[in-house]
Design a protein. Structure first.
Length: 389
């Protein structure tokens, strides 16, 4: 027990100790923090990009499923937890992603730690972007395959590594299409060229792209027109889709194989009917381009406000906008300053991001009004000490 205490004390001294603080959601992208209920904050930390978590169609779908089927699914899919709504959702996802079939998982974390070890083992190779999400990294480690990490979004580095190390076993290239903490985008067409040239499988995690990119909301894979070339098209229901859970889409053989081999699918209780029904409602809704158009107008507006205020650093191509700060302590202090101005944005610190790259992460959602965006931009310019030119 002494070691736990030492560890906790060391972390506390470094400003690296995390703790939980409940938020009270007030709707429309507003929240308050427990113990400070008087101060309403604009939420710039949510991944509910399309504001679907409060959408009447998702709520109605969940309520109906609750009344008809109860709360829990009662068992794993391969036992007796398999419901028609799981299949409807998987068919809708397969259509969305332009694939033959799809399989749902309890969460994105479970999907990534299930899919990768099902396909690769010792003697195989995985080429993984250095900034990939922890769940991808953990899936790679769990597989026992040799892990080769390439510099973030550096395809020359990936090509060099493929030339040197590819060998003859099974090899996987795994990337995110929109990176969760940097908001930048992978070069998917070039990745497809490399995967074909070196005979690798390609897996793309679209946790932050599904619903946000692509004419039908099918993500960067749809926007770049490479559905056919991506072997494993993975994503989650918990972000822009406003629900919970995850999926992978692929050809029929791949999905049949995963449902027999992915341990986090086999040995885990099926998603509850109400959650599954709201995910299905979300997949149907995101086909409407008006939701996406509204979001992208807000993203452009926010970036314009920062630019015209004199903000010079990179703002990136997506709804996720990191404001680089550097040290953890500074990031926490700046997050406090923002809160004093009514803005809630999370300070992202190591180990979530590399040492010395702590940042404030802003995510734009469809909840934000022009006035909300202006208030946030003004606060950022002030705390980052930008002066209007
Ligand atoms: C959030 C996220 C996950 C995990 O998904 P959950 O459903 O929250 O477990 C996986 N990959 C990426 C890139 C993510 O951002």
């Amino acid at each position: 027990m002494v070691e736990l205490k030492n560890w906790l004390n060391q972390q506390r001294e470094k400003g690296g100790l995390r703790s939980l603080r409940p938020v009270i959601r007030r709707g429309k992208g507003r929240l308050t923090l427990a113990g400070d209920e008087a101060r309403e904050l604009l939420d710039f930390s949510s991944n509910d990009y399309l504001a679907l978590a409060e959408h009447p169609a998702l709520i109605a779908a969940a309520q109906e499923a609750l009344h008809r089927f109860g709360t829990g699914s009662g068992a794993a899919r391969l036992m007796s937890g398999d419901l028609a709504v799981h299949h409807e959702l998987e068919e809708a996802v397969a259509r969305l992603k332009g694939k033959e079939a799809a399989l749902t998982f309890g969460s994105g974390y479970l999907a990534n730690i299930g899919i990768i070890p099902a396909l690769l083992a010792r003697h195989d190779l995985i080429f993984s972007d250095r900034l990939n999400h922890a769940s991808i990294h953990d899936g790679c480690r769990l597989s026992g395959a040799r892990l080769v990490r390439f510099r973030h979004n550096d395809l020359n580095h990936l090509e060099d590594l493929l030339k040197k190390k590819r060998g003859t076993g099974t090899a996987l290239i795994v990337v995110e299409s929109i990176y969760s903490m940097d908001g930048d985008r992978c070069q998917l067409r070039e990745l497809v060229t490399l995967k074909e040239r070196f005979g690798c499988l390609l897996m793309v995690d679209e946790a932050h792209a599904t619903g946000v990119f692509g004419a039908k909301g099918g993500g960067v894979i749809e926007e770049d027109g490479v559905n056919g070339a991506v072997d494993l098209s993975m994503g989650t229901f918990g972000k822009a889709l406003g629900s919970y859970g995850a999926y992978v889409a692929g050809n029929k053989e791949m999905i049949d194989y995963l449902l027999n081999r992915a341990r986090s699918f086999i040995f885990s209780t099926a998603l509850p009917p109400a959650v599954t029904a709201s995910s299905l409602a979300a997949v149907r809704l995101i086909g409407h381009s008006s939701l996406r158009r509204e979001l992208h107008e807000k993203i452009a507006c926010f970036k314009d406000l920062l630019r015209t205020g004199g903000y010079l650093a990179e703002l990136g191509p997506s709804q996720i906008i990191p404001i680089p700060v550097g040290e953890s302590g500074v990031a926490l202090k700046k997050a406090d300053l923002l809160r004093a101005q009514g803005i809630f944005a999370t300070a992202i610190r190591p180990p979530t991001v590399p040492d010395g790259t702590a940042r404030l992460r802003f995510s734009i959602t469809r909840h934000h009004s022009k006035a909300d965006l202006a208030q946030a931009a003004k606060a950022i310019l002030e705390i980052m000490e930008y002066r209007p030119s």
